[in-house]
Write a protein that binds this ligand. Structure first.
Ligand code: 5GP
Length: 110
């Protein structure tokens, strides 16, 4: 069974896709936590940070995040977050980074 995010990548589930390249796809989060909240996912179904292969699509995740941040005009700053596992708050087992921006972000996160 394909993951939720693979189904978004394959256009089986609608999403507001804002960027894609050969390694990653980025779309607006359905439950945004900031004025800009974009999920950047690997095309390959890596389950999470704990299962990173030595090489692959995840190596391009930060580059994609940087590009999307530029495209979204986040020149004042932004945050990139990867949640891992239950304690990390991960709810979708398909590697993804959250790009958050458009307001002053609190630290530390909850
Ligand atoms: P996680 O909690 O795994 O770090 O992040 C998963 C994110 O995916 C959450 O922020 C959640 O709001 C988002 N999400 C879950 N289902 C959907 C969906 O169907 N469409 C979109 N665009 N985002 C989703």
């Amino acid at each position: 069974m394909a993951s939720l995010f693979t189904r978004i990548i394959n256009r089986e589930i609608p999403a507001d896709i804002v960027y894609e390249d050969e390694h990653c796809v980025a779309f607006r989060d359905i439950n945004p936590q900031a004025p800009v909240h974009i999920v950047i996912v690997t095309r390959s179904e890596i389950t999470g940070m704990a299962d990173l292969p030595d090489s692959g699509d995840h190596q391009f995740l930060l580059n994609a995040a940087k590009k999307v941040a530029e495209m979204q005009g986040l020149s004042g700053g932004f945050r990139v977050v990867i949640n891992q596992g239950v304690d990390g708050g991960q709810t979708v087992d398909h590697l993804h980074a959250h790009l958050l921006g458009g307001r002053q972000l609190d630290w530390p996160p909850g």
